[in-house]
Design a protein around this ligand. Structure first.
Ligand code: ZN
Length: 308
C-alpha cells in the first residue's frame, strides 16, 4: 500500500497533518457525491476526505508563504482496517513530529484521548454428548455466555475517567456447534475491549485469565490508548485557535501510532454526521473553517501565547 508525504517549510516545530484516504464500504449511491443545504453527501465526506481536501488546499497555500516551521502532510491508506500499513508504517520509518493532527470527524473539537484496544479470542470448552440427551454433556455455548458475563462483571469495567463513563466491552463474535444432534464441546468468542487511558492492558488480561481458568485466551489485536497532555504547548495553541474544548474518543484512530512513540497526537476535523452509515455528510462551511483554524495555528506557531 502506498502513502503520500508532502512537506513545506523547515526547522521546528514539525507539525504533522495526517489524513486517511480509505473509506468503509457503502452502497453504490454513496460513491456519487452530491451537495444539498450546504452539506456534501457521500461515503468518506466526513470520515475523512473532507479534512484531507482542506489539508491539501492548506499545503498549497503554505507553499506560497513558507511557514516558520515544518509542516508535513501524510496521506495514508489502511486506517479503517487497523492502520499498520499506513500511518503505522510511516511512524516506524520516522515520519513523526512535535504534534500530529489527524483529521478525523470531530466537529471542530479536539480529541486528546482515545481508548486502547484489547481484542481477545476466548475459547471455552464443553463436553460433547448426543443431542437427544444433552444432560449427559456440557454445552460450550452456555459456558461461553457464562464466561462473558464473568468478564463483564469484573470491576475494571465500572471504572471511569473525566473523559469516559466506562471502558467498552463488546461480544463481537461467537462460533460453536457442528451438527444438530450433538452438544457442542467448544465455543469461540471474539471480544472487543476498549480500555481507558490509565488502565493497564496486561493487568486486565491477567484478571480475565484468572477469572476464567478453563478458557484458552489469545490476543487478537492490541492497540495503545491515546493520552495526550492537555498542557502541551502545541495542543494548547491549537485549542486557542479552534476555540473549543477537549474530549475523549471511544474509538481508535491513527493517533495511537503517534502516541506509541510519545508524540502528542490529537484528532481534529470538520463538522458533519453519519460516518460509516448511510447519508454521510460533511458541512461545506466547516471545511473552510477547519482550513483557516489550521492555517492560523501554523502561521502563528512561534507567537507568544499571550498574543493570541
Ligand atoms: Zn476516520
Amino acid at each position: 500500500m502506498k502513502s503520500i508525504v508532502a512537506s513545506v517549510g523547515t526547522g521546528t516545530p514539525v507539525i504533522v497533518l495526517n489524513g486517511h484516504l480509505d473509506v468503509v464500504p457503502g452502497l453504490p449511491e454513496d460513491f456519487e457525491p452530491h451537495t444539498e443545504d450546504g452539506k456534501l453527501f457521500g461515503r468518506g465526506s466526513y470520515d475523512m476526505l473532507g479534512a484531507v481536501a482542506s489539508m491539501m488546499v492548506l499545503m498549497a497555500e503554505l507553499a506560497k508563504t513558507a511557514p516558520a516551521c515544518n509542516v508535513v502532510l501524510t496521506l495514508v491508506p489502511d486506517e479503517e482496517s487497523g492502520g499498520e500499513a499506513g500511518t503505522g508504517h510511516l511512524v516506524k520509518r520516522g515520519f513523526v513530529g512535535d504534534i500530529a493532527i489527524c483529521g478525523e470527524p470531530t466537529n471542530l473539537n479536539i480529541a486528546i484521548q482515545a481508548k486502547g484496544i484489547l481484542q481477545l479470542i476466548v475459547k471455552v470448552p464443553g463436553v460433547a454428548a448426543h443431542g437427544s440427551r444433552p444432560w449427559l454433556g456440557r454445552n460450550a455455548i452456555f459456558q461461553a455466555l457464562e464466561s462473558y458475563r464473568t468478564i463483564a462483571s469484573l470491576n475494571v469495567f465500572e471504572e471511569s475517567t473525566p473523559f469516559f463513563d466506562r471502558p467498552s466491552l463488546n461480544l463481537a463474535k461467537i462460533s460453536a456447534g457442528k451438527v444438530f444432534n450433538q452438544v457442542p464441546d467448544s465455543c469461540v468468542m471474539g471480544i472487543d475491549i476498549r480500555y481507558l487511558p490509565g488502565q493497564n492492558p496486561d493487568e486486565l488480561l491477567n484478571r480475565i485469565r484468572t477469572s476464567l481458568p478453563d478458557a484458552e485466551i489469545y490476543v487478537h489485536l492490541q492497540g495503545s490508548p491515546v493520552d495526550t497532555p492537555p498542557d502541551n504547548v502545541w495542543v494548547r495553541k491549537l485549542r486557542r485557535y479552534a476555540k473549543t474544548d477537549f474530549f475523549g474518543q471511544d474509538g481508535s484512530a491513527d493517533t495511537r501510532f503517534y502516541a506509541e512513540q510519545g508524540v502528542p497526537a490529537v484528532e481534529f476535523g470538520p463538522s458533519g454526521a453519519n460516518h460509516h452509515g448511510p447519508d454521510e455528510y460533511v458541512e461545506i462551511r466547516s471545511l473552510f473553517e477547519y482550513k483557516e483554524i489550521l492555517k492560523k495555528f501554523i502561521s502563528n506557531i512561534k507567537d507568544d501565547e499571550d498574543e493570541i
